[in-house]
Design a protein. Structure first.
Ligand code: PEP
Ligand code: MG
Length: 885
């Protein structure tokens, strides 16, 4: 027999299959484990997940062999407890619970007191000597069973109970007598007959099969399917069923039930944490009908609460429970979340599992447990979810503060921010200069908004996805951002906006939560990040155990400094076009772009050169001794063309051209598909002087810093959007020439590399040839995803969520690398590049460089480093360590 497993009593020794979560589910495996080490677990049996799959495959038919197996297992439970299932004199009652390998809300949870009927309820009353308890249990059973197995609205039962209470002037359930419950049971049965067209099933065996059927069916419920989709859980795992002898926490004042954590799940503090209720059954604790009490005396005193803690009210049961907490923690070497029941003074454990925890608690638990010798460093590293670190690096909203949620957009850049609504970048700057906190609200952002984004404490856009301009820039700057909040509509004239059906105006305060995309009215209290000891200790361990290096995507001195504080080991991508977003410079860039000839472009470039040089000097100073990948200009042209009248006039004043001339030129440059247009190295091929001047600025800055500090930076000059070897060759000549002439002029030389981004499918395919020229590759997986999938990174948000909901993509491919598709191009390019140039340096600088699943792929592919925005650097360090363990 290998699909029904017994536990408790003299059940045969548990085998490996029974302790395998994929076979018996999380709950079943842990019950077997606890029983096998002699802990007080009520006897029962687990039906394996594969029976669920067989049942569903056969259109809701149980496998014929299952009946016999379950009969035998039930006999084991009857023998152990000394009661008979359906025995009218002294009945065995059971609980039936689902339990998949991964715990999953959305599935049928629990039916308690199964086995009760009109006859056995009398037996239970006799045997327990408590008539009220027996009838209370029966009415609970009818309600639960009708709800989860028969699908009858539980509100109908609650209504009947409320009416009984009202008619009798009762306040609490505890005031109902045995006779009151008896009357109510009759009403409940009537509800079932009316709603179900059949009387409430009286045969315990029929009840049991009904419950098993409900558990199996719930695996395929819509709710469960949606949950699996959202959490990337395979649909072919099935759920196990746990049938277990009932123990009763509602047998008077020496009985109780509760839920506990072995440590505080929100702080990680080493203190038992939990709730309990005297004379109650499991669902009373969770349902919120009665207020649960504190478990420990210390917690009760701390809260200034009156009702006695379990430690005080039931010292013996509590002492045993505390002993079991320690034992279970040592056994599982992790914080446990435990359900228990005390029946007339005797303690029983109903469930244990690794407890869910906050990021802060996860860090503290991992570090403390290494200190206690419970786990080793590697285990500690694997215990912390890298993405959870995000919660620690940004201010977060106080979880206890009330929230008036207006709408929910995409969680584009983490952190929480409150401030006054401003509708344009200039106002943002103006108000922020006078000391106000502002949230910049735009339909979408563009490079002209940069100063406003800088000035704002947070950014909210109505359009744009997770890699939209607003999202990328906000993440880079560490500004919280909610993007694609499509319910936001802005009326510029009146300086007002509507969010859903709420009217707001410029100056009103809102709060955004970049961690979940919520937009809230008013100010919601925040908590400052606290990078205390545990964070530092865990990151140190991560650094010790990782192979890949971690660099940052950054282009300002501030971001570089912050990234270094977060542990960046160089720059993986400095987007030079971002350095021109600044209001004073954008006009020069526009002059350069709109110029008709080389002479016009050179005039603008001459003015840009010193500014570029001084930017690079600052960056090299912060990154002294570390590699810095500087990417030459890659501007989708539309981002830099002037738009409104004011911008054209400003430009006309600066250049001496007329507004009409400029408009005509802008019209000529207009592109229908700018992402595939005149950008990247195509600009350097057609206007080599642009790259020449940029290269000059890089080498002049490098020489200046080398002379001043004695330590030379190592610039890695990176060419974007290369598709062919010849493009790279032509541009490398320009860069090398600039280097030579700077070195001669400066009387100094620095080491440098010239390499390319691999961000077009052709470049990946031709990597062998391209590596003949390129000294390093950096995978630009944003564009590589866009071009491989043929999905626009700026427009995808509109339909990608549907794609994820329908399971077409497990996750947004712009957030987590499409390993199956785009990943192949990365591996292939790495392989071909190395074949040509064995020591070629390989990195990734697309947004995926900060995503743990993508980082695991990079480790497998053998990349040398990943590069991520500053706030993602710690995440990448931890994920890289996990990937190499
Ligand atoms: C990329 O395409 O992945 C990349 C890093 O470049 P950008 O996002 O600037 O296009
Ligand atoms: Mg790119």
């Amino acid at each position: 027999n290998d699909t029904v497993f017994t536990f408790g009593g003299d059940a045969p020794h548990t085998n490996a299959r029974q302790k395998d979560k994929t076979v018996t589910g999380g709950k079943g495996a842990n019950l077997a484990e606890m029983a096998s080490i002699g802990l007080p677990v009520p006897p029962g049996f687990t039906i394996a997940t594969e029976e669920c799959l067989k049942y569903l495959e056969h259109g809701g038919e149980f496998a014929p062999a299952l009946r016999k197996e379950i009969e035998q297992a039930l006999t084991h439970v009857e023998r152990t407890v000394g009661k008979g299932f359906g025995d009218a004199a002294d009945p065995l009652l059971v609980s039936v619970r689902s339990g998949a390998a991964i715990s999953m809300p959305g599935m049928m949870d629990t039916v308690l007191n199964l086995g009760l009927n009109d006859a056995t309820v009398e037996g239970l009353a006799q045997a327990s000597g408590d008539e009220r308890f027996a009838w209370d249990s029966y009415r609970r059973f009818i309600q639960m069973y009708s709800d989860v197995v028969l699908g009858i609205d539980h509100g109908l039962f609650e209504e009947a109970l409320e009416i009984t209470k009202e008619d009798n002037g009762f306040y609490a359930d505890t005031e109902l007598s045995a006779d009151d419950w008896k009357t109510l049971v009759a009403e409940y049965k009537q509800i079932v007959s009316d709603e179900h067209d059949a009387p409430f099933p009286q045969d315990p065996t029929e009840q049991l099969w009904g419950a098993i059927r409900a558990v199996f069916d719930s695996w395929d419920s819509e709710r469960a399917k949606v949950y699996r989709r959202l959490n990337n859980i395979p649909h072919d795992m099935g759920t196990a069923v746990n049938v277990q002898a009932m123990v009763f926490g509602n047998m008077g004042d020496t009985s109780a039930t509760g839920v506990a954590f072995t440590r505080d799940p929100s702080t990680g503090e080493k203190a038992y944490y939990g709730e309990w209720l005297v004379n109650a059954q499991g669902e009373d604790v969770v349902a919120g009908i009665r207020t649960p009490q504190y478990l420990t005396r210390a917690a009760r005193e701390n809260a200034g609460a009156k009702p006695l803690s379990m430690e005080e009210a039931m010292p013996e049961a509590y002492a045993e429970l505390a002993h079991l907490f320690d034992l279970l923690e040592r056994h599982y070497t992790d914080m446990q979340d435990i359900e228990f029941t005390v029946q007339q003074g005797k303690l029983w454990l109903l469930q244990t599992r690794n407890g869910k925890r906050t990021a802060k608690a996860a860090l503290k638990l991992a570090v403390d447990m290494v200190g206690e010798g419970l786990i080793d460093e590697k285990t500690a590293i694997l215990r912390v979810d890298p993405m959870a670190l995000d919660q620690l690096l940004h201010p977060t909203l106080d979880p206890d503060a009330p929230r008036d949620v207006l709408t929910t957009g995409l969680p584009a850049s983490p952190g929480a921010a409150s401030g006054k609504i401003v509708l344009d970048a200039d106002t943002a700057e103006l108000w922020s200069n006078r000391g106000e906190k502002v949230i910049l609200v735009r339909v979408e952002t563009s490079p002209e908004d940069i100063h406003g984004m800088h000035a704002a404490t947070g950014i909210l856009t109505a359009r744009g996805g997770m890699t939209s301009h607003a999202a990328v820039v906000a993440r880079g700057m560490g500004r919280p951002c909610v993007s694609g909040a499509s319910q936001v509509s802005i009326a510029r004239e009146g300086r007002t906006l509507t969010i859903g059906d709420r009217e707001l105006k410029e100056g009103d305060t809102i709060t955004i939560d970049g961690a979940n995309g919520q937009v809230m009215a008013g100010e919601v209290a925040t908590i400052e990040p606290e990078l205390d000891g545990d964070f530092g200790v865990l990151m140190e361990w991560a650094d010790k155990h990782r192979r890949m290096r971690v660099r940052t995507n950054a282009e300002t001195e501030n971001d570089c400094r912050m990234a270094r504080q977060f542990g960046a080991e160089g720059i993986g991508l400095c987007r030079t076009e971002h350095m021109f977003f600044d209001a004073s410079r954008i006009s020069l860039v526009r002059q350069m772009i709109l110029a008709d000839d080389e002479q016009g472009r050179r005039a603008a470039l001459d003015q840009l050169l010193p500014e570029q040089r001084s930017d690079f000097v600052k960056i090299f100073e912060v990154m002294v001794g570390l590699p810095c990948t500087i990417r030459l200009l890659d501007p989708p042209l539309h981002e830099f063309l002037p738009h409104g009248d004011a911008e054209f006039e400003e430009l006309a004043n600066a250049t001496g051209f007329s507004v009409d001339q400029l408009r005509r030129r802008a019209g000529e440059l207009h592109e229908f598909n700018p992402m595939l247009g005149h950008r990247g190295c195509r600009l350097g091929i057609t206007y080599p002087e642009i790259y020449e001047v940029q290269a000059r600025a890089i080498f002049e800055a490098a020489c200046q810093v080398a002379k001043a500090s004695g330590e030379a930076p190592v610039p890695e000059v990176m060419i974007p959007l290369v598709a062919t070897r010849r493009e790279l060759e032509l541009i490398k000549e320009v860069v090398d020439r600039a280097a030579q002439s700077v070195f001669e002029e400066a009387g100094c030389s620095v080491e440098y590399l010239v390499g390319t981004m691999i961000e077009l499918p052709r470049a990946a395919l031709m990597a062998g040839e391209i590596a003949e020229v390129g000294e390093f590759f950096s995978f630009g997986t944003n564009d590589l995803t866009q071009t491989t999938l043929g999905v626009s990174r700026d427009d995808a948000a509109r339909f990608l969520t549907t794609y994820v909901d329908k399971g077409i993509f497990a996750r947004d491919p712009f957030v987590s690398l499409d390993v199956d598709g785009v990943g192949q191009l990365v591996s292939l390019a790495a392989e071909r590049g190395r074949a040509t140039r064995p020591d070629i340096k390989l990195g990734i600088c697309g947004e995926h460089g900060g995503d743990p699943a993508s980082i695991a792929f990079c480790e497998k592919t053998g990349l040398d480093y990943v590069s991520a925005s500053p706030y993602r650097v710690p995440i990448a360090r931890l994920a890289a360590a996990q990937a190499s363990l």
